[in-house]
Design a protein around this ligand. Structure first.
Ligand code: UTP
Length: 408
């Protein structure tokens, strides 16, 4: 794309300010900026104008979860079913580690965060350790696919190499990059992060499967005969990955996807809850739950919308392939976006100053025909690290890890 084509494209979207420093750039920088303009989809900026109209929901009805009692009764059967699928190499794992972790405020990838107190305990290390528990039982390696982004790929891969993959077999760890989306101010004008680059951020965790496909990593999945992918977040340090009982339950029920859920701590807890939306599995965010839904009860007198998701899903690959090119809603999220000011000086804002555009893995659930919400014990499986202190923080996660016998 040459300068005039770029200018013409930017005019269509009201973004010509991106060329403000063009004349000051050297040839390589000019080429870099023009290439970025060419490859960027600007259509999402329209969403900034009509944010209020976005969250149109279908009819929400309850979706019963498989509860702890039911799981306990069938545990042996589920375990055997899951373990034999794992042994046969039919289960892979996908670590979503492309996020920026802005709330935690570390400049390194979140997985490199050291939560140890008397020794080093890195988040990535905890994840590998948890996966190793299953590898040891199954007696076969589970292929781990790690999603990074352009912003943290190098740091992440170098860290794994430096730590010798925490003892995991590196032939069974594959990294792939997710895509980026532009980041804009509240008026929909894209920020610049340098004179030759517009600000971009990872495009959300909903693009993981299409990114596996585009990066060629899906070929490995097919070649190895992996039929199920357990996708999970980097920040839950109590995460159970490729849990045979969970895998077995989802297979036994013949569902396209399973979702680990925890019983809500209170009706107004800020978690997304499993439901049916227009008869298809879905997740309704806490702020979308009306009082009527929040207080409705099932036939046992329990809240009808009582199970929150913890970002641990088991998807059937065959079904993922069917939906991968379908439209996913874009979410606009307020975040802190570093940018250069009109003088070209870099500014690192203390508070959110604009929008990022993301698709979310939870929206993939609604594209599936069936979903099994599978209850797990919160204190044993859910210790998310989002912030440094307070709710869902390094402090609360340490407390839970100690309770589960982990030395920090
Ligand atoms: P979060 O929603 O906590 O986002 O991600 P984040 O970017 O890591 O953190 P904040 O909001 O800036 O503080 C949940 C999971 O999804 C992954 C994260 O790495 C985490 O495992 N994720 C998020 C991606 O892989 N890509 C993204 O674009 C966003």
């Amino acid at each position: 794309m040459n300068y005039s084509e770029a200018k013409e494209k930017l005019e269509r979207y009201g973004q010509t300010h991106l060329l403000k420093f063009y004349d000051e750039l050297n040839e390589a920088e000019k080429a870099e900026l023009l290439a970025q303009i060419e490859s960027t989809d600007f259509s999402m900026l329209k969403l900034c104008e009509s944010k209020e109209n976005m969250a149109k929901r279908g009819k929400i009805t309850p979706l019963a979860a498989m509860t702890l009692g039911e799981i306990e009764e069938n545990k042996e059967y589920f375990y055997n079913t899951g373990a034999s699928a794992i042994k046969a190499g039919k289960v892979g794992a996908v670590l979503l580690a492309g996020g920026m972790g802005t709330r935690l405020g570390s400049h390194e990838p979140k997985g490199m965060y050291n939560i140890g107190e008397t020794k080093d305990v890195f988040i990535f290390e905890r994840i590998i350790k948890n996966l190793m528990d299953i590898v040891d039982i199954a007696g076969s390696w589970i292929h781990l696919f790690v999603m990074t982004s352009e912003k943290n790929h190098k740091a992440t891969t170098e860290f794994f190499e430096e730590k010798d993959y925490f003892g995991y077999n590196k032939n069974y760890i594959t990294f792939f990059k997710q895509e980026m989306a532009p980041a804009a101010d509240y008026n929909g004008k894209i920020y610049m992060e340098s004179k030759s680059r517009m600000s971009t951020s990872p495009n959300g965790n909903g693009g993981w499967f299409i990114s596996m496909y585009k990066s060629g990593v899906l070929d490995i999945v097919k070649r190895e005969g992996i039929e199920w992918l357990n996708v999970f977040a980097v920040d839950n340090v109590l995460q159970r990955i490729a849990d045979p009982v969970f895998v077995g339950a989802v297979i036994s029920k013949g569902c396209a996807v399973g979702s680990k859920v925890v019983k809500k701590a209170s009706p107004d807890e800020k978690v997304g809850v499993m439901c049916l939306e227009d008869g298809k599995p879905s997740i309704v965010e806490y702020y979308e739950l009306t009082d009527e839904l929040m207080n409705s009860k099932d036939e046992n007198g329990e809240p009808s919308y009582n199970y929150g998701v913890i970002l641990n899903y088991l998807f059937r690959v065959e079904d993922l392939e069917k939906i991968m090119k379908q439209y996913m809603p874009l979410h606009i999220v307020k975040k802190k976006i570093p940018y250069i000011d009109s003088e070209g000086q870099l500014v690192n804002p203390e508070e959110p100053n604009g929008y990022k555009f993301e698709t979310l893995v939870l929206d993939m659930i609604h594209l599936m025909d069936s979903c099994l919400p599978f209850e797990v014990i919160r204190e044993k499986e859910f210790a998310p690290i989002k912030n440094k202190t307070g709710v869902d923080s390094v402090e609360t996660a340490r407390e839970l890890l100690r309770k589960n016998g982990v030395t920090l």
